[in-house]
Design a protein around this ligand. Structure first.
Ligand SMILES: Nc1ncnc2c1ncn2[C@@H]1O[C@H](COP(=O)(O)OP(=O)(O)OP(=O)(O)O)[C@@H](O)[C@H]1O
Ligand SMILES: [Mg+2]
Length: 538
């Protein structure tokens, strides 16, 4: 169990949350939700002891082991895959290392002998002899085959690394598992795997996510950060969402009496529970829905940012011409031309293939072979996958955005930031401390200021909250220029794309089509499996 008492956190004058009292108990999975910048990541860091709260405290039942999913994809580059996974169980890994050091000694004393036997005993108690095989099995179930288990992390693709870091976090079944946006860099199959795993997991899970489907598959409780408070509600994300919508309707309806409102609420809960019981998705965790509560649910204070892209001048007919473009091992012999106003989604099982293609056509990376030519009228704006390099300075948000604006006037810049939900004091904070979603909002402002006639977006919805995703989706729908993008958000791809280009290790598929039609097309399905299977046999 984790008990949070009187917890408060402030950064300067800004209070993120105040006097928070909560309990997290065994067998439950808590989905931590809240707008971008609400304090989700900060709250998890306090729970795991990485940072201190301003006041109050967190206590964990003694002897309970906590594991946290690591975000840094490069941290374990020097270690083998198996070792990286075992490191997830810090104590066990420490004992292994200590034992090895003693046995490696040349002058092995009696004292060393005693120490070694003591360590061996502890090691055996922790089931240490099975650690490697368990780690191997876990990796196998995540699709990391044996041939990779002795490879160095640094030699692996991003797609493999994120699965290994996930294995590290869940290795040895920690009593408390903490995950901050785990699905961001995962492929669809692994997200499905994780959903099943968490739905059946018996210990405490605390997970931040902006993905509704994921939250609904795994959570028994919602932990909402809003109004400077953190509150826990029993039930799924959808239950919380609908209940808070109802609360907001009721709040504005002054004619209804309290008694009527209470009745309406009770009916809503009964209806909801009945539907859940009927649904097939009955994991062992869904039993908790017996105790749904909406006590004191508040309508949420989430806001929509204003996202619209304008073209300063329309592009000519010549947009982009790509010929025989190759970059090993990501893509080879790409050939395509773009037409004005096309919205092209790029797909690939290996997301880095697309990231690298975008980097090449943006001139950030040299291809191995082939050429690409931009039309001279093209004014392109680019949202890269990795945004951190843009935020390494101490500039405040106004000065940060001013760098990218022709109009330098502070009122203009402040107006722009306000539209992106940074107002007053907020626009004076350092760009270094921005949350994941806030960084994306700033990058989107930078794109808007460019008034581009072509936009390249690499996973633009990563880190964004639902309100911002909706605003971005609408902004892109209304944009008349050309778009090249990749996204795992089904709705965005379906509503924006007019053409699909899929990169496989053995060539590309290029089809003018909506996304759903592309997925349903038999010819395409067959072509895909040929192209990918070819990769397996070579
Ligand atoms: N050292 C700091 N000084 C001032 N403000 C900070 C500091 N660290 C974080 N913040 C601010 O605290 C807020 C909460 O940040 P946090 O990363 O916890 O948000 P989050 O809820 O995880 O958001 P996201 O959904 O975008 O990941 C943000 O507005 C951030 O800019
Ligand atoms: Mg965060």
């Amino acid at each position: 169990m984790i008990v949070v008492s009187n917890l408060s956190l402030r950064f300067g004058k800004r209070i993120l949350f105040d006097e928070v009292n909560l309990k997290f108990t065994e067998g439950n999975c808590y989905g931590v939700i809240g707008a971008n910048g609400a304090g989700k990541s900060t709250f998890l860091k306090i729970l795991s002891g990485e940072i201190d709260a301003t006041s109050g405290n967190v206590s964990i039942t003694p002897g309970k082991r906590m594991a946290v999913l690591k975000q840094d994809h490069y941290e374990f580059d020097e270690f083998t895959v198996l070792e990286t996974v075992i490191m997830g169980h810090k104590e066990l890994y420490g004992i292994m290392k200590e034992k090895d050091a003693i046995y490696a000694k040349e002058d092995f004393t009696d004292e060393d002998g005693m120490k070694a036997s003591h360590l061996e005993e502890k090691f055996a108690d922790m089931n240490g002899w099975n650690a490697e095989s368990e780690a191997g099995e876990l990796l196998g179930s995540l699709g990391v085959t044996e041939e990779f288990q002795y490879a160095k992390m640094g030699d692996l693709s991003n797609n493999q690394k994120v699965r290994i870091l996930l294995a590290q976090a869940i290795f040895g079944n920690p009593d408390i598992l903490i995950l901050d946006e785990p699905t961001n860099d995962l492929d669809i199959e692994t997200v499905g795997w994780l959903e099943n795993f968490l739905a059946e997991y018996k210990n405490i899970v605390i997970v931040v996510s902006h993905d509704r489907h994921f939250l609904d598959s795994v959570c028994t409780h919602v932990c909402d950060i809003d109004f400077r408070k953190i509150k826990i509600y029993g039930g799924s994300y959808t239950f919380w969402y609908e209940a808070s919508q109802l609360a907001s309707r009721q709040k504005s309806d002054l004619n209804k009496k309290n008694e009527e409102k209470r009745k309406e609420l009770q009916e809503f809960i009964d209806r909801f529970s009945a539907n859940v019981k009927k649904s097939k998705q009955a994991t062992s965790r869904k039993k908790m829905l017996e105790k749904l509560n909406v006590d004191e649910i508040d309508p949420s204070s989430r806001k929509y940012p204003g996202i619209f892209f304008k073209q300063e001048r329309e592009g000519g007919d010549q947009i982009l011409n790509v010929q025989n473009l190759s970059l090993d091992p990501w893509f080879k012999d790409l050939n395509f031309s773009l037409y004005k106003g096309e919205k092209v989604v790029f797909l690939s099982k290996e997301s880095l293939a697309i990231t690298n293609l975008f980097r090449v056509i943006m001139g950030e990376q040299k291809p191995d072979a082939g050429t690409f030519d931009w039309g001279i009228t093209i004014n392109k704006a680019y949202l890269p996958n990795d945004k951190d390099s843009y935020f390494n300075s101490d500039l405040n948000l106004i000065d940060w955005l001013r760098q990218y604006s022709v109009e330098k006037d502070e009122t203009f810049i402040r107006g722009f930031l306000g539209r992106m939900l940074f107002s007053g004091e907020e626009s004076l904070k350092s760009c270094k401390v921005l949350s994941g979603g806030e960084k994306v909002r700033c990058m989107l402002s930078r794109l808007m200021l460019q008034n581009p006639n072509l936009i390249i977006l690499d996973e633009p919805t990563n880190h964004l909250d639902l309100e911002s995703i909706t605003a971005l989706n609408n902004g892109l729908k209304n944009y008349e220029g050309t778009i090249l993008f990749t996204s795992r958000d089904h709705t965005i791809v379906q509503t924006i794309a007019t053409r699909v280009i899929e990169l496989t290790p053995n060539g590309m598929i290029d089809k003018s089509s909506e996304y759903d039609d592309y997925l349903d097309n038999d010819e395409v399905t067959q072509r895909r499996s040929e192209l990918y299977n070819l990769a397996l046999t070579t």
